[in-house]
Write a protein that binds this ligand. Structure first.
Ligand code: CP
Length: 325
């Protein structure tokens, strides 16, 4: 089987059919389901945004973000609205969570109002899985702790596929704070499954030996790590998940691991730069590179987030309807 299916729009691809009711992670997701989501997202991305306004007309989507978000929360809301769903955003700061209500009590309370889909972000790894075990609604993981961020990996894969025409055979370096990154994990699973040669580039203090033991090539020298790579995916230093001893200083981190013009020369001549955002300019990436639209795919990643989440919501709504029937 070819892992990297052609992405073409001669005939509209059907809505992706998923075997699971919930979308909790990329690990273990069948490759045909990943490809079906990417093909459908690619189709949505090139169509007028008003064309699909009745697809989820009877569906209610609840966005529950227990951690800050700009891109993921807004793009899930836009995606749901473009498909005609009703959308509610739970503001955790003004909810009864602030009075000490537990995650499960909050979720079961909201579930009693019969939403169809819960989009959940939480600082604890495994929170969306726990929610899925206590609610009738289908759960989409919008990022949980250090575990997974499946829709980010899907939008990243779509961005790469549309920019380079393929994923299989590409050399992709995921660079920076690996240990604290759910984006690194989801992208490792997804891009490897589609045939890319994925490596991690990180200070030894920010990448667990577990990854080398798993067989992932790990480089602790940035120039060696990105040498000849087609995609350089930079990650944010996630200080909110650190204990304070992982990097000597942000200045020193930028010197050794920040992407600048000099280090980028080691990559393949037409290499593209990615970053899931939010960026720490001057810490993991130089502004000159981040803002150079001939090299940077960062704006495209954000743009394709909406189409990707449309494909995911549509597929999950279909899967949850089938389960209910
Ligand atoms: N990439 C990402 O998850 O960004 P937000 O935290 O803004 O949603």
């Amino acid at each position: 089987m070819t892992r990297d299916t052609k992405i073409a729009n001669d005939t509209p691809p059907p809505a992706a059919m998923l075997s699971n009711k919930h979308l909790l992670g990329i690990q273990g997701m069948p490759i045909p389901e990943i490809n079906a989501l990417l093909e459908r997202a690619h189709f949505f991305a090139d169509r007028p945004k008003t064309l699909f306004a009745d697809v989820l007309a009877n569906i209610t989507v609840l966005n529950m973000f227990f951690e800050n978000s700009t891109r993921t929360r807004v793009s899930f809301e836009l995606a749901a609205k473009r498909l005609g769903a009703s959308v509610l955003n739970i503001s955790v700061n003004s909810s009864s969570v602030k009075k000490g209500e537990t995650l499960i009590d909050t979720a079961t309370t909201l579930n009693a109002m019969r939403p169809d889909i819960l989009v959940a972000r939480h600082h604890a790894s495994g929170a969306p899985l726990l929610l899925s075990q206590h609610v009738d609604a289908a759960v989409i993981n919008a990022g949980d702790g250090r575990h997974e961020h499946p829709t980010q990996a899907l939008l990243d894969a779509l961005t790469i596929k549309r920019s380079l025409g393929k994923i299989a055979g590409l050399k992709i370096a995921i660079c920076g704070d690996i240990d604290n990154s759910r984006v690194a994990r989801s992208n490792l699973y997804l891009l490897s499954a589609l045939g890319a040669d994925v490596r991690f580039v990180s200070p030894a203090t920010l990448v667990s030996p577990y990854f080398s033991e798993m067989g992932v090539p790990v480089y602790t020298d940035m120039e060696q790590g990105i040498s000849g790579c087609d995609i350089i995916m930079m990650l944010r230093l996630q200080t909110e998940r650190m204990e304070g001893r992982e990097t000597p200083s942000q200045h020193e981190y930028f010197h050794f691991f920040g992407l600048d013009t000099r280090k980028l020369q080691k990559a393949a001549p037409n290499a593209f730069i990615m970053h899931p955002g939010p960026m720490n300019r001057g810490v993991e990436i130089d502004s000159k590179i981040a803002d150079d639209n001939s090299k940077s795919l960062i704006r495209t990643q954000v743009e394709l987030g909406v189409a990707t989440r449309m494909a995911c919501l549509e597929a999950i709504a279909g899967a949850s309807t089938r389960v209910r029937i």
